[in-house]
Design a protein around this ligand. Structure first.
Ligand code: SF4
Ligand code: MG
Length: 318
């Protein structure tokens, strides 16, 4: 399949007063048309920062300091803000922000909030825009007359569907979904996952699905990337990652998932804290927490290398 997103050696650092935080540090991966890439890791590993960076909008005081992001073949690193806004963001690449459903404006109707980008970007008339908004509400399983309602009249699950519809309205090639199920109860979570699967199938959506919950990723991802301390440490086919995780960090993350029918006492937790990204550990960043750490791990950083077909990991053991 065609590559809709090509990320090479991407670096985004936060220039904070206490030092430079290397939140995204030499990240490379591709996303193919119609594919869901799950992006997982503990909170603070740089998953959301990577999402914002791909949108060309690192949060202040963040700056892209190197690398390349091609969306549908077009380089977006270095493009001026007005070009990003007019031609790329929302139209080529869109993001469902974490908690966006709680950021809907309470004083405007859903329809009003949905049609704004259609008026601005597509030059549609109000009627055309409203019509399109209603179509997209139906696509995400909501009644079209939701356009006349206010956010407070909707349940959490409904608001999340609205936010998903908003991200899709300008028909982007790539959608980044940041923890789209995290604030919802288990039943609604499952409904949203099913909706995402349906959208993937019906629209041929290419998606990056960010979550700290690996059990959700198994459901939806074709491939999975595991991030640790601003870097991708393992990436590959999701079944491979689940059944034959290669990197010790991935193994630890997976053993921390509560599995059905499994004794809760057998759960393992990953000891130690994610590292400080201002002065990350030397060598392999996971070495202070890794049960297999060797001399070389403290000194030299392992590169991502292909250990199996389309399965890459960065670890000196491999
Ligand atoms: Fe552990 Fe060394 Fe592999 Fe890092 S490189 S995960 S410290 S064995
Ligand atoms: Mg996050």
């Amino acid at each position: 399949a065609k590559k809709v997103l090509e990320v090479k050696d991407l670096k985004m650092y936060y220039f904070a007063s206490r030092g430079v935080v290397k939140a995204v540090d030499s990240v490379s991966f591709d996303l193919h048309k119609g594919e869901v890439l799950g992006l997982a890791g503990e909170s603070g590993c740089g998953k959301s920062s990577l999402g914002f960076t791909l949108m060309g909008m690192p949060t202040a005081p963040g700056k892209i300091v190197g690398g390349s992001v091609k969306v549908d073949g077009r380089e977006i690193v270095g493009l001026p803000e007005d070009v990003l806004r007019k031609e790329i963001r929302w139209q080529k690449i869109a993001m469902i922000f974490q908690g966006a459903m709680n950021a809907l404006n309470p004083v405007y109707t859903i329809g009003y909030q949905m049609i704004e980008p259609l008026l601005y970007h597509k030059g549609m008339s109000k009627e055309e825009a409203l019509d399109k908004a209603q179509k997209y509400l139906e696509l995400v399983g909501l009644a079209p007359d939701i356009v006349y309602r206010y956010p407070h009249e909707l349940s959490g699950g409904m608001k999340q569907r609205v936010v998903i519809a908003m991200a899709l309205l300008l028909e982007p090639d790539v959608v980044i979904a940041d923890e789209p199920t995290t604030a919802l109860d288990v039943v609604v979570q499952a409904q949203i996952i099913n909706l995402m699967k349906k959208l993937k199938k019906e629209l041929g959506l290419s998606m990056i699905f960010i979550t700290h919950d690996l059990s959700i990723l198994a459901e939806i991802s074709d491939r999975v990337a595991i991030m640790y301390a601003g870097k991708i440490v393992e990436i590959g086919d999701s079944k491979k990652i689940y059944y034959e995780p290669a990197h010790p960090y991935t193994q630890k993350l997976l053993s921390a998932i509560p599995r059905l029918h499994e004794d809760v006492e057998k759960l393992e937790f990953i000891p130690g804290q994610p590292p400080n990204l201002i002065s990350p550990p030397t060598g392999c960043r996971f070495h202070p927490r890794c049960p297999f750490a060797m001399e070389v791990c403290r000194k030299q950083e392992p590169e991502l290398k292909e250990i199996d077909r389309d399965h890459y990991a960065a670890c000196w053991l491999l």
